[in-house]
Design a protein around this ligand. Structure first.
Ligand code: NAG
Ligand code: NAG
Length: 827
């Protein structure tokens, strides 16, 4: 085989892939400063900023355009011009709100020999929306400064202020563009400081300054090779002991998965190369670390350390276990990439850590073998590393009122951060003392994947202002919220804030002191009814964190109150977006993604711990959507730990919701994770057909959705009962896969049903079929014909929606039946 040709083919294929999936920022401002001409730089057009060219971004009273009289041949044209400011001057960019908030800001500096200005002597501050990013800064060579920040307002202002004797500031080029929403997420980063691993929260409230971006084991990558036009440099210069590492490379494109790392997190090339342990080197014994020292220039400052992994070295799953250390502290013990990637090999993930630079001003990263690895399979890898400084939220500048507001905001935020840090420090001190006295947490001994499953995937919010420092190393004690705070948050349980009603009690919308929106679920005060459910939910939710599972913000057990506080899910239950409300219909792709997300959450619930957890009440009202239609599974009140290894099921009273109930569980009271799979199958059909699981008002053969849909599926005519809103949207191959998957979930006996992992895989496959399969237009029109409901056979969605509106009768019936079930069980 001509490997060279193969290689070229692969590269071409990859670049084609790039092309077809390239990222388009919602907000994208590229400025060629001090110039009259737009120029192209790495295939992107930078716009001239001179008044003559009609630039609207610059507001400067006194500024000068300079052009390099003797440009060197190796400096890019972008750097041949610059703008000099002799007073405070700023660029303002209007930020479209449908952007995602998080933006990259890049400032290019490249001083040259100019007549009237000694550019290398310039000294200035740069303030972006009140954040002092550069202070007393000078650029004496070509420099690129990159920041990641979240913009809440509608304007991004970059201000240059000369300081000191030089009396001027300058800049050659500016980039401001939005990045995907999950580029930096608030929580889930692991704080590594030697006191055990804590979660570092609210990353997005900080500005991050990129210090190093390293393609470990690979070549330099330029903006041409990167979806966000980043530069990645090789790691050789950072390796502490070069012979310890051996490069690894693959020609296979990484297996990106929904929820894992994306091409925007790091480009293919980063994941296709790695360093691994160089065990051939006879001078080394079998167990050693590979260590990199990243100089950061500041002592004791907090940094985000983002490590990228993709197992390109193992021939199969479950062979690679290794440890990650930062600054010689354990940062991730027994890292098992197979587990993090839901058992897909060569699937990219990243893990965020927050650590302080040490006394010598470096961040030290090591990877080394875990005790879990079998002696013949010892290895450890790293594919990429990014080191970003957390910039202090310090705002200041002289000038207009507006700027003063920023100063104030800056100081308040700064004060708040200091306060939080102090509070965290107190808490940590307290905890570490306690920990020594208490046995290890049960959750840890049960083998939970700590905090984060997928790179950047865990969401958990603790309200900074409301957390009490009550004792207890048990994790959830720190989630305790005083009753008065909940009263304030809900305007003393204002009826107008009620957003739901469950068996447990009312659900209110609330806002905690620190402006975190929450859903407050209040048990009927005084009644201890539901106490077991209440406790289950706290126990379960305090142990798990997953992108697709609703997280617990806190709880209150005071004055006969039982209150659970969750993260608020803006768009509410999935059910409301399927039928019986005025919400616009979800597209087929949205629905598929929602199903995939839910499946992922459930898969984690089932397999994330040694015992596994069974949800027991999967239904479309327990599947919630956030403002971006990101899905999270909620309501763990009924969940139970799964069977132990030597048992196959858990015997238990029948609980759950009518219409979603596993018939086997119902008959034999045998609970397995396959009971959840059954319920999920019902949800799949609910999503496809946009009708309730049980609708007593329909003709008898249609009442039970599962039975009805299975009949059509078996006849191969599922297209006839598809939600009319989806007509023409679903590709036949996708519908086929989806229908088969749902059908398998609904198998009569649990053993015949797929695992949640299989369901997830099949749904992802369905999405792929929907997205990528080239199908002939002819077939497409067939789909239309197939999906188009003839009035006589599709009485489901449209007709029903009208009746459902307002009456809510079907739901009522459901809950009546449900409470009967529960009562029967009690007898
Ligand atoms: C990066 O892009 C350049 C220009 O397109 C190309 O020549 C080079 O091979 C790419 N490098 C990698 C590692 O893909
Ligand atoms: C790897 O480094 C860590 C932290 O310095 C250390 O505790 C551990 O013993 C090292 N492992 C090996 C095999 O040298």
């Amino acid at each position: 085989m001509d490997t060279k040709r193969l290689h070229i083919f692969c590269l071409t294929f990859i670049s084609l892939l790039y092309f077809s999936t390239s990222f388009i920022p919602t907000n994208n401002f590229l400025i060629n400063c001090g110039s009259n001409a737009n120029i192209s730089f790495y295939n992107r057009i930078f716009i001239a900023d001179s008044a003559k060219s009609g630039s609207v971004f610059l507001s400067a009273e006194r500024s000068v355009s300079l052009t390099d009289p003797n440009p060197s041949s190796n400096s890019p044209i972008l750097y041949h011009t610059l703008r000099v400011f002799t007073t405070d001057s700023s660029y303002k960019f209007n930020i479209k709100k449908n952007g995602t908030g998080t933006h990259l800001v890049r400032l290019h500096f490249s001083p040259f020999q100019a007549q009237n200005f000694n550019l290398v002597s310039a000294k200035f501050n740069v303030v972006v929306n009140g954040f002092l990013l550069l202070s007393g800064f000078s650029a004496n060579s070509m420099l690129l400064k990159e920041y990641i920040l979240k913009i809440d307002g509608e304007v991004l202002e970059i201000m240059f202020s000369p300081v000191g004797d030089s009396g001027f500031a300058f800049v050659n080029a500016i980039e401001v563009f939005s990045v995907p929403k999950d580029f930096i997420i608030d929580d889930g980063a692991r704080l590594v400081n030697g006191d055990g691993i804590e979660e570092y929260k609210n990353l997005t409230s900080q500005v991050l300054e990129t210090i190093h971006r390293v393609n470990v084991g690979g070549l330099k990558l330029t903006p041409f090779n990167d979806t966000l036009w980043r530069t990645w440099i090789p790691d050789d210069g950072f390796l502490v002991f070069k012979p310890s590492a051996k490069g690894a490379v693959t020609t296979h494109v990484p297996n990106y998965q929904t929820g894992g790392a994306t091409r925007e997190i790091a480009s293919d090339n980063v994941y296709m190369t790695a360093q691994q342990m160089n065990r051939n080197n006879s001078a080394l014994n079998a167990r050693f670390n590979i260590t990199w020292d990243f100089p950061v220039g500041s002592h004791g400052a907090p940094h985000l350390v983002r490590l990228h992994f993709c197992d390109i070295v193992s021939p199969a799953l479950n062979l690679l276990y290794f440890n990650v250390y930062i600054n010689d502290y354990s940062a991730y013990q027994d890292l098992d990439l197979s587990m993090l990637t839901y058992h897909v090999l060569s699937s990219p993930v990243y893990i965020d850590f927050v650590a302080d630079s040490d006394d010598s001003g470096v961040i030290r990263v090591s990877v080394g073998p875990s005790d879990l690895s079998s002696p013949s399979k010892i290895n450890a890898i790293l594919n990429g590393a990014e080191i970003m400084r957390l910039v202090n939220l310090k705002g200041f500048n002289a000038g207009s009122k507006k700027k003063n507001v920023w100063i104030l905001v800056g100081f308040i935020l700064g004060g708040f951060v200091i306060f939080c840090l102090a509070a965290v420090a107190v808490l940590l001190a307290f905890k570490s003392k306690k920990k020594k006295l208490k046995p290890p947490r049960h959750a840890e001994s049960a083998g939970w994947t700590p905090l984060r499953v997928y790179g950047g995937s865990s969401y958990s919010r603790m309200s900074g202002g409301t957390v009490t420092t009550s004792p207890g190393a048990n994790g959830y004690h720190s989630l305790r919220i005083p009753f008065v705070d909940i009263q304030t948050a809900t305007n003393n349980f204002d009826k107008s804030l009620i957003i739901g009603m469950g068996g447990f009690g009312m659900v209110y919308k609330g806002v905690l002191r620190d402006n975190i929106k929450v859903a407050v679920k209040r048990g009927v005060p005084g009644s201890r009814q539901g106490l077991p459910e209440f406790q289950t939910e706290i126990t379960v939710l305090s142990k798990i964190r997953h992108r697709h599972l609703v997280s617990l913000v806190g709880y209150c057990e005071e004055q006969a109150e039982m209150i659970l506080v969750y993260e608020y899910m803006e768009k509410g239950p999935l059910k409301n977006h399927l039928y019986g409300s005025k919400h616009p219909p979800l597209s087929w792709k949205q629905r598929l993604e929602i199903c995939i997300g839910s499946a992922r959450g459930l898969h984690y619930l089932h397999t994330g711990s040694a015992q596994g957890i069974i949800h027991r009440d999967i239904k479309s009202t327990n599947i919630l959507l956030d403002e971006n239609y990101m899905v999270k599974v909620a309501d763990f009140g009924l969940s139970r730990s799964g069977p132990c290894l030597n048992e196959t099921h858990v015997s238990t009273g029948v609980k759950g919701s009518f219409g979603y109930l596993d018939p086997e569980y119902f008959r034999r009271q045998r609970l397995t994770d396959k009971s959840d799979v059954y319920s999920f199958g019902v949800v799949l059909f609910e999503v496809l057909c946009a009708r309730p699981a049980v609708d007593p008002l329909l003709a008898r053969e249609q009442v039970n959705l599962a039975e009805w849909a299975i009949q059509w599926q078996k006849k191969g005519m599922l297209g006839k009962i598809v939600d009319p809103n989806l007509v023409g949207q679903i590709k036949p191959s996708c519908l086929k896969k989806y229908g088969e998957t749902a059908e398998k979930c609904l198998a009569e006996y649990g053993v015949d049903r797929p695992t949640m992992g299989d369901v997830l895989w099949n749904l992802e496959h369905a999405l792929q079929l929907q997205e990528s399969e080239p199908e002939e237009p002819r077939e497409d029109s067939n789909v239309n014909g197939m999906d188009c409901p003839t009035p006589s056979v599709a009485p489901s969605s449209n007709a029903r929606t009208a009746k459902d509106d307002g009456s809510g009768s079907s739901d009522l019936t459901t809950s009546k039946v449900f409470s009967q079930l529960v009562m029967n069980e009690g007898r």
